[in-house]
Design a protein. Structure first.
Length: 556
């Protein structure tokens, strides 16, 4: 195949077209190229796998997200906004882009700390340095407070009064803290007190009672009034109750899931009645069994005559004593004395009892489990659990929650149908996923097949009709040329007859009688006619001869 000749023929064909036809051809070629380019780019760039993207920044404010998106557009870096405040870029570019964006001073709305003093500014006034220090201190406190798990973001404002040499005009500094709590999270009284002490310790002469804390809803936190304290205590108690019930529900689901066939086939709800009253009691108990601590025994004994006693009325008789020969009044004496003293120890027990803050009063649990399913005639039939199975499940639930009948705990287990139609849908979805899994292997081939079909339709509906129209135009333009080049045999026959008659007539007049050679006469007439045509249309005759030579060369 001679491409040079084909190219020449195409150029020659294009030059013979009028202006409108040329514009149509050029537009068609551009449209074909545009369609092919679009399909190739769409096939290569669209539907990029999300696992190739990673988070560049998150929790961005709208103004920071807009500035970062402008920077990425300027650098022609692809990115996606997965959700509000989250920008994702190709995974292999995350580290480099973070450094580049940080060099641009983005994000601008993020908190700043003492890095404000990394760059020294000459000519700054004392007031400017003071404001810069205050901004840095507030930023550092915000970062520290945001490190608490329950807090999503924080804003700290510190009011430093102007110093005065007069004691009466001095005012203590104050601070305010706005905290945005995470969903389903609260601050305990100890955490609130800790934030106050944290801020007060960072600012000179700031007292904890001068630090005010509010949440995102404007509710004051850590105030000493009775309403605020009761409100915070109530929130803490409700959160504790909710978490305790959730832990019991998770226990029930985790223990029953392997039995009933999955976590989606069991539903458990637990209600716990808690007593948050604080009771402190003190009791003294005496032991009835006495214990001897000490014992003292005293014994006296005396045997013999009672000793004489001198006494009486002062005078002679008393001084002289008894007269001899008088009756003897002496008495023989026996004396015994026993004394025992026993000391007993009193045994006492003193108890100071403080009951726990949260005391379980009663636990009630309701558990619903799915039954069995059996496929019959293409439909799924539900079979409820038997009484034995329900009893076994009830025993497991009781052991999981710490069932105590003395408290009045109760457990209810029931078996209901969790919608057989859902299983049918899951079956259909599984079949569709299976089909898509097999089709996915041939997805690249299908894409190119669709591209080929589109191009074929475009060829049949646009290129072929246009080509036929162009060929018709070409035939109409070349028809006059072919008519001029063609040799009219009827005209040759008429000319031949006229010449023959004229020649016979001349020979008769001249008295020459000879037979006329018809073949020679036909050759002479044909040669004369061809010579005339060649003289009138030399270029067209040359083309005809060239085409004849090419056809003969091709046949050979």
């Amino acid at each position: 195949m001679n491409f040079e000749e084909i190219f020449k023929q195409i150029i020659s064909f294009f030059n013979k077209l009028n202006k409108q036809q040329k514009l149509i051809i050029i537009g068609s070629v551009i449209a074909v190229i545009a369609i092919i380019t679009f399909l190739i780019i769409f096939n290569t760039t669209s539907h990029k796998p999300r696992n190739n993207y990673a988070i560049l920044f998150e929790n961005l404010k709208p103004q920071d997200a807009a500035l970062i998106a402008q920077y990425l557009d300027k650098k022609n870096i692809p990115y996606t906004i997965a959700e509000d405040g989250v920008i994702e870029v190709p995974r292999d570019k995350v580290a480099k882009l973070r450094l580049d964006i940080a060099a641009q001073g983005l994000p601008k709305s993020s908190t700043v700390g003492f890095e404000l003093f990394d760059k020294t500014s000459f000519g700054a006034t004392d007031f400017e340095e003071r404001i810069k220090y205050l901004r840095a201190l507030e930023g550092e406190l915000e970062r520290t407070i945001e490190s608490i798990d329950a807090i999503e973001s924080a804003k700290v404002n510190i009011a430093l009064p102007k110093e005065s040499v007069f004691v009466s005009k001095q005012h203590p500094p104050t601070a305010s803290v706005l905290v945005k709590l995470k969903p389903n999270m609260i601050l305990t009284p100890k955490q609130i007190q800790g934030i106050k002490y944290l801020v007060a310790s960072a600012v000179p002469n700031l007292k904890p009672e001068n630090v005010k804390i509010v949440d995102q809803y404007g509710n004051p936190l850590g105030e000493n009034d009775e309403f605020t304290q009761n409100n915070e205590l109530l929130k803490t108690q409700m959160l504790y109750k909710k978490r305790f019930e959730k832990s019991l529900e998770d226990k029930i689901v985790s223990i029953l899931a392997p039995i009933v066939g999955g976590k989606d086939k069991v539903v458990a709800k637990v209600n716990v009645d808690l007593d948050f009253s604080q009771v402190k009691s003190k009791s003294t108990i005496y032991d009835p069994n006495n214990v001897v601590r000490s014992e003292q025994v005293i014994e006296e004994s005396r045997v013999g005559i009672k000793p004489k006693q001198v006494g009486g009325v002062p005078g002679a008789v008393s001084n002289i004593g008894p007269v001899q020969g008088v009756k003897n009044n002496n008495i023989v004496e026996k004396y015994n004395k026993s004394e025992t003293t026993t000391n007993y120890e009193i045994s006492t027990t003193i108890k100071d009892v403080k009951e726990p803050i949260a005391k379980i009063k009663r636990i009630t649990a309701a558990v619903v489990v799915d039954g069995h399913y059996k496929e019959e005639n293409g439909t799924i039939k539900y079979i409820p659990l038997s009484k034995i199975e329900l009893a076994n499940i009830e025993n497991l639930v009781k052991n999981a929650i710490g069932f105590n009948p003395k408290r009045g705990d109760s457990v209810s287990v029931s078996s209901f149908e969790f919608a057989a139609s859902k299983l049918n849908k899951q079956k259909e979805v599984t079949m569709v996923h299976g089909v898509l899994m097999y089709v996915g292997a041939f997805l690249p081939i299908i894409k190119y097949l669709i591209l080929a079909i589109i191009l074929f339709i475009f060829y049949k509906k646009v290129i072929v009709p246009f080509s036929e129209k162009m060929l018709e135009v070409k035939v109409e333009e070349e028809e006059p040329v072919k008519k001029e080049v063609e040799i009219n045999e009827e005209e040759i026959e008429t000319t031949y007859d006229k010449i023959k008659e004229l020649k016979e007539k001349v020979e008769q007049q001249l008295g020459i009688s000879s037979e006329i050679n018809e073949e020679e006469l036909k050759y002479e007439v044909l040669l004369e006619r061809v010579t005339k045509i060649v003289e009138e249309n030399p270029e067209q005759v040359a083309k005809v001869l060239e085409n004849l030579i090419k056809e003969e060369h091709t046949e050979i």
